[in-house]
Design a protein around this ligand. Sequence first.
Ligand code: NAD
Ligand code: ZN
Length: 248
Amino acid sequence: MSSDIELTANWLRRAKSAVVFTGAGISTESGIPDFRSPGGVWTRHRTVYFDEFCQSAEARHEYWVQKTEAHVEFAAASPNIGHQTIAQWEGQGRIRGVITQNIDGLHQIAGSRDVLQLHGTAREVTCLDCDWRSPVDPLVNQFRETNEVPLCPECGDGRLKHATVSFGQVLPELTLNRAHRWCEEADLIITIGSSLVVYPAAGLPEAGKRNGAKLVIINRDETGLDAIADMLIPGSCGEALSAINAAL
Ligand code: NAD
Ligand code: ZN
């Protein structure tokens, strides 16, 4: 076993307020492509910005076409050894919880309880006009059958949108505040499968490091925070997490 893995396991064993921070890379081993992979749904379509969604019925239809296509990938995916290891660490009291940029809900399905979803969730739909929320499945099915953007059953004609943060939309304030507090109070932050270039999310581990946390980065490629990391573990998220777990 490499000394880097053993040292990381040591830090985790001794940590009092460790936090895990994940990005799309943790879910690629579950079959959901990351942002930059060729062929991912994000590369096949043009981006529908939040203001367009709010203002144009045509943009809302285009958005629902894209999200319905992406839904197939999310619905077929199940958690991998990476998600499961993180859930196990929370159950054992080794970490405080998970901050994630992902919208796939796989951490919760794996058993993680305290999950801060910075970019929301694709497993729910919300009404922009009255805040009504619903699981996504029946509404996606309705859209498939009718090819018409569903309207809010609660307020009558409210605009329904997946409960994710679109480009140009603000992040959920309470979630972001909690995530900031976790990082500022953390003594160890392990980032997993994130390029750490998407802000404000990437600013969280950065702030934690500034406040004295050790920063471990597990990622296949370079990240935006490699220069300030205490430990870089290149390669597969699943393999790295399994190895750290075995060394605990
Ligand atoms: P990103 O695509 O910018 O970065 C993902 C990183 O993971 C890359 O640097 C890549 O090298 C690495 N990676 C991919 N597979 C890996 C593996 N098996 N092992 C180790 N590393 C691996 O993703 P991001 O930084 O999370 O930001 C993209 C944005 O797009 C996010 O804000 C997120 O909301 C959204 N997104 C979400 C999902 C999801 O929910 N699963 C998927 C794609 C994009
Ligand atoms: Zn409504």
